[in-house]
Design a protein around this ligand. Structure first.
Ligand SMILES: O=P(O)(O)OC[C@H]1O[C@H](O[C@H]2O[C@H](CO)[C@@H](O)[C@H](O)[C@H]2O)[C@H](O)[C@@H](O)[C@@H]1O
Ligand SMILES: O=c1ccn([C@@H]2O[C@H](COP(=O)(O)OP(=O)(O)O)[C@@H](O)[C@H]2O)c(=O)[nH]1
Length: 475
């Protein structure tokens, strides 16, 4: 198989899972990267390389619902060292403001290099001459340079879905220079926010010593690397259409009834990740009930927590902590038929998500740090009647665009309580004013816009063989 567009991500859009009866089945993979890229691959003929979930399974390339998928085989050791280890035990906490303590282990780094190499080799094998390869996310930062060494004819783009930290944090990594050099194999390195692109360029100047000018890096071999922000988004029209669907609105009504017809439904939907601030948010809500600012007769908090990275210690602990907190809050504050929190530890299909967004009066998104947070944008897309309130952390990438949300600092519990209360009691006129502006933003900057802009800028970069001339004052 030879493709003109190759998307390479740690995960395939579908995940091979074992059912309770021991049989294997495909399920949609968790997370926003898959939500965003699936419509992009659908719109452009191409192939997607990634891990299909599970270990030691040699699967042939296959087609799933019109998508060409190329599964990579991962051993148990690969998963332990590359995915759970270096990607999610080292890079993930480090890139998210050290919300948890990153661990540095040399064998994890070895596994990271090994897996990146295999992904690069697979790309080199399937990319047609002069093809575009779009490498995704922090799990594959070495792929751009490894791939360029193998196939200098390719146009290579890289996109980081999570924040890129300031130099002060990044320089903790013992292999910082190798990571930067890996990324510099790309022609275009994309980030969620402009600050991240600036952090990257500054680090390249300081740590690798290359000349830079604004968002350009000049390499000694004459190649130029462009670093810029491309805030990711959602399929606005798709969500808006689902939101208008009769069956989904019927389901939203049913959800409300099943919850006991409360006056207001508050909703949180997150992967069960310590970056998402679920614990602090539920604690704040519990305090509001305890202090009688809210009453379980009027309000309920629905929290959906999607199982995530369950073999990583910090994630296991978080799950236990939240289980205990929910149990305590319901035990202390709930009444018969009126729990304080309706907690679901599960992954819901898109239509059920849309029904929940339709049902929720207040969407609560309070991460300590988040690359973007598509859930916030999906909620906005589903509120076509311009009602509903969004309470959003300042530290989510989405806050740069959704300025009319109730913006909160998740470290400030009292501030969060005040914002929740304001959103809870806001006048319809106020809700409309805010939601209308946010809908306009998401409608105009949807995922199509994101992918088209990235691929357009990538398409415009000079061929890697063309030598560039430094600007007169390149620094
Ligand atoms: O693959 P997993 O380990 O199960 O994790 C799921 C994904 O989580 C992260 O998603 C990010 O991408 C979103 C879309 O750009 C963004 O809105 C969010 O803020 C990010 O956290 C991760 O970056 C992906 O690689 C994972 O697949
Ligand atoms: O039960 C769930 C919970 C979440 N999602 C989807 O998972 C994505 C989460 O992306 P986000 O950017 O908010 O966070 P991430 O998990 O990537 O960090 C969104 O598209 C959600 O619609 C889902 O399909 N089912």
């Amino acid at each position: 198989m030879q493709a003109d567009l190759v998307i390479v991500a740690n995960r395939l859009p579908v995940d091979r899972v074992e059912m309770p009866d021991g049989t294997k089945a495909w399920r949609r993979s968790p997370g926003g990267l898959v939500s965003a890229l699936e419509p992009v691959l659908r719109a452009n003929e191409g192939v997607w390389i990634g891990w299909p979930g599970g270990t030691d399974e040699d699967l042939e390339p296959f087609e799933d619902d019109g998508l060409h998928l190329l599964p990579m085989t991962m051993t148990a050791e690969d998963i332990e060292e590359h995915y759970e280890g270096f990607s999610n035990g080292t890079l993930w906490p480090l890139y998210h403001d050290v919300v948890a303590k990153p661990e540095f282990h040399r064998e994890w780094w070895d596994g990271y290099q090994r897996v990146n190499k295999r992904f690069a080799e697979k790309c080199a094998e399937v990319a047609a001459k002069g093809a575009t390869v779009w490498v995704q996310d922090y799990q594959l930062q070495l792929v751009p340079q490894m791939l360029r060494d193998l196939r200098p004819d390719l146009r290579i783009g890289f996109y980081l879905h999570i924040p890129f930290p300031p130099a002060e944090l990044f320089q903790q990594v013992p292999w910082r220079r190798q990571l930067l050099e890996g990324l510099l194999g790309a022609d275009l390195v994309g980030f969620q926010l402009p600050q991240a692109a600036q952090n990257f360029v500054r680090l390249v100047r300081q740590r690798v010593g290359h000349k830079t000018h604004r968002d350009l890096v000049y390499l000694p071999d004459g190649r130029t690397v462009h670093a810029a922000a491309f805030p990711i988004s959602i399929d606005f029209v798709g969500f808006d259409e689902m939101a208008h669907d009769e069956a989904i609105n019927q389901r939203a009504k049913e959800i409300r009834q099943q919850l006991g017809d409360p006056r207001k439904i508050l909703l949180g939907v997150d992967r069960l990740d310590y970056t998402k601030g679920i614990y602090a948010r539920l604690r704040a809500y519990g305090e509001m009930l305890r202090d009688t600012e809210l009453d379980v007769e009027d309000a309920i908090f629905v929290q959906v927590a999607v199982p995530s990275r369950e073999r990583v210690e910090q994630y296991r602990k978080l799950r236990d902590d939240i289980d205990r907190l929910v149990g305590r809050l319901n035990g202390d504050l709930g009444r018969i038929g009126r729990p304080a929190i309706s907690y679901l530890h599960t992954s819901l299909p898109r239509n059920e998500m849309a029904a929940l967004y339709r049902a929720a009066d207040i969407m609560v998104v309070t991460p300590y740090r988040d690359g973007m947070n598509l859930v916030a944008k999906e909620y906005v897309a589903c509120r076509y009647d311009n009602d509903g309130a969004l309470v959003l952390s300042e530290f989510a990438g989405a806050a740069e665009e959704l300025r009319q949300a109730w913006l909160v600092n998740p470290y400030d519990i009292n501030g969060m309580k005040a914002a929740l209360l304001e959103a809870y009691s806001a006048e319809p006129k106020e809700l409309t004013r805010r939601m209308r502006a946010m809908r306009k933003q998401v409608a105009s900057k949807d995922v199509r816009h994101w992918a088209d802009t990235f691929l357009e800028v990538l398409g415009a970069v000079q061929s890697s063989h063309t030598k560039n001339v430094l600007p007169p004052n390149g620094n």
